[in-house]
Design a protein around this ligand. Sequence first.
Ligand code: RIB
Ligand code: CA
Length: 308
Amino acid sequence: MKVILDTDPGIDDALAFVLLKAMPEIKLQAITVTHGNTTVEKSTTNALKLVELLGMQDIPVAIGANQPLVKALSVAEETHGDTGLGHAVLPPPTITVVKENAANLIIEIVNANPGEVTILCIGPVTNLALALLKEPSLRKKIKSVVSMAGTIHYPGNATPSSEYNVFCDPESFDILLHSGIDLTIVPLDVTYQCLFTKDHVARLKGVRADIAEFIDRSTAFYMEFHAEYQGIQGCAINDPLAAAILVKPELVTLRDYYLDVELHGDFTTAKISADHFNATGNPPNAKVAMEVDVEAFMDFFIERVKLL
Ligand code: RIB
Ligand code: CA
């Protein structure tokens, strides 16, 4: 499966990098980086560090959008730390980004592989929106998009009603929602059931020491955030779940919904509206993961990471 990873590393993004390395079924074509958990400069440095940690140097990394389409930049350093990788420390990268920017690299790869590329979006979708605006024909050439985004019934983690990736750039998410692309959404409703704990860290015995240490130190910060800000024990590994369903779709139960995103709310901007009873009369525009086999996912994550 040919995949472009669009990402804002970010601690849970980093765990998705680790899992993607442990899923040979996935042929990563590129890693495109966006603003989100931190600035795009820091996210890009983190992506390059993770590529070197995981031996993924054959995969091109492209720097992308440094700000959302319309609203001002948001970052979440209380969640992911000043560097974006929590307490983890990785050596400065010795590799660099390719010359193309993220949107142009997405256009180039999709045009070269029409109908074959899935884009895994685990951050704000600004890069994809820019690519679609620049080359509208891409809508028919992208095989599918899987996006960790939104929340349907679960409380928002950015505002009371919005999830962070959509909150960062709701206009871009609106473009994706109405692009006609085969779209799967992985919302907080399922990702916040997948809480990675110190017990899971303990199960990583036997994993390559530098990777195990990275996971332990990065998630330690993430767990501190979840405890202090959300009263949650453990940390929601949102992005690895979105990655996992690429090879194990049976981990989740998908429901077809027509989704819209609020762009002009006083209190609800970036809220996702899911048309459960077809009140709009519109056909569904997304498959939404509404249930997850938590134990099966956590076991899958641990067992795959132990292969590294
Ligand atoms: O709301 C969770 C999402 O926002 C995750 O992708 C996390 O990395 C942040 O980007
Ligand atoms: Ca992310």
